[in-house]
Unconditional design. Structure first.
Length: 56
């Protein structure tokens, strides 16, 4: 149990709750991904991360 009487969130539970909302790919090889947290944090939280792949 964690504070507030809630069960501890396991890694598999977290992974299964996160939902991929979109992937944007840019001409320069960069892309960004947006995930919805499925109300894990009691308010709307959207995760964004940006990546860039260099080939060669």
């Amino acid at each position: 149990m964690v504070d507030g009487g809630q069960d501890e969130l396991t890694a598999p539970d977290f992974i299964n709750t996160m939902k991929l909302e979109s992937i944007t790919v840019y001409p320069d090889g960069a892309f960004e991904c947006w995930h919805n947290d499925g109300d894990l944090f009691c308010w709307l939280v959207v995760f964004q991360y940006k990546l860039n792949i260099t080939i060669g």
